[in-house]
Design a protein around this ligand. Structure first.
Ligand SMILES: [Zn+2]
Length: 272
């Protein structure tokens, strides 16, 4: 039971494959994590690197691959112009520390925003200066939803006034009025959201064999979430689904489940 020795501030690595299993380790052996016991991760650095090291590398290669496909024509002059517009400061916090140019519309959204008439990639229209921690926090999120989170604005001391200025500046570069720019980003995001849900369904179907309870529970939850968002499952799976997902969507038991979810949704709507 007692896995943590509070007096010596050491903890035991929770990875079942740890080389130093059940051995109390110095806290320095664990990476920081705000939600973890003693503010550290559950797995020791060694185990963490073993598990996530290769994944991080894949993620960075993937990011590079996307960046290579998207427009990338920001000139040195344009970069100077963008930085000068915000007086060399972070566009959202006015901090002068570690200010980088960041994509307003995330790279991770790939080509999808182009369909909605939005400029993406490393272009004059899509870059804004942000301090590094803001850049990390914003990440692949929908900027318009990210900024609505009060804790994010509080933690980083971002004012809505600064945000509105960024939106006016960015939508102007995108040749739109701010309302139209937001409308298009939101529309585009709905497709990105669907893509991400289907991608995670692909992973579930890859991970769990047919007939297992885990496969059923997780995949059916995913279907329910998509249906509740009014997503056409066939269209979405055809577009973003793996071969396994395309088979899954036509399995007898899946079809029954989809019918069931839809019937429940209809009943609920009638009750309201
Ligand atoms: Zn370990």
């Amino acid at each position: 039971m007692d896995k943590f020795n509070e007096n010596n501030q050491s903890k035991i690595c929770q990875s079942p494959n740890c080389r130093r299993k059940n051995q109390p380790l110095d806290l320095e052996e664990f990476y920081h994590s705000p939600n973890g016991m003693y503010g550290r991760r559950a797995k020791c650095k060694e185990c963490h690197n073993k598990i996530y090291g290769p994944k991080n590398k894949i993620a960075s290669l993937k990011r590079q691959d996307i960046a290579n496909r998207l427009p990338n024509d920001l000139t040195k002059e344009e970069e100077k112009k963008i930085r000068a517009y915000f007086k060399g400061k972070c566009a959202l916090t006015s901090s002068k520390e570690k200010v980088h140019l960041d994509h307003f519309i995330p790279l991770n959204w790939e080509e999808i925003p182009q369909k909605y008439g939005l400029s993406i990639g490393k272009t004059y229209a899509n870059m804004i200066p942000l301090s590094r921690n803001i850049n990390y926090s914003k990440h692949a999120n929908n900027p318009f939803l990210w900024i609505k989170k009060v804790n994010i604005r509080k933690e980083n001391a971002i004012s809505m006034k600064a945000w509105q200025e960024v939106i006016e500046y960015t939508s102007d570069k995108q040749n739109m009025i701010p309302q139209e720019f937001e409308r298009r980003v939101m529309l585009c995001y709905s497709e990105v959201w669907t893509r991400d849900r289907i991608k995670s369904l692909n992973r579930v179907l890859d991970k769990y064999e047919i007939g297992t309870k885990k496969r059923r529970v997780i995949s059916y939850n995913a279907l329910e979430r998509l249906l509740k968002h009014g997503i056409n499952l066939n269209v979405a799976v055809n577009k973003f689904g793996s071969d396994k997902a395309k088979c899954f969507i036509n399995e007898e038991t899946t079809l029954i489940k989809i019918r069931e979810i839809k019937d429940t949704m209809i009943k609920r709507n009638m009750d309201n």
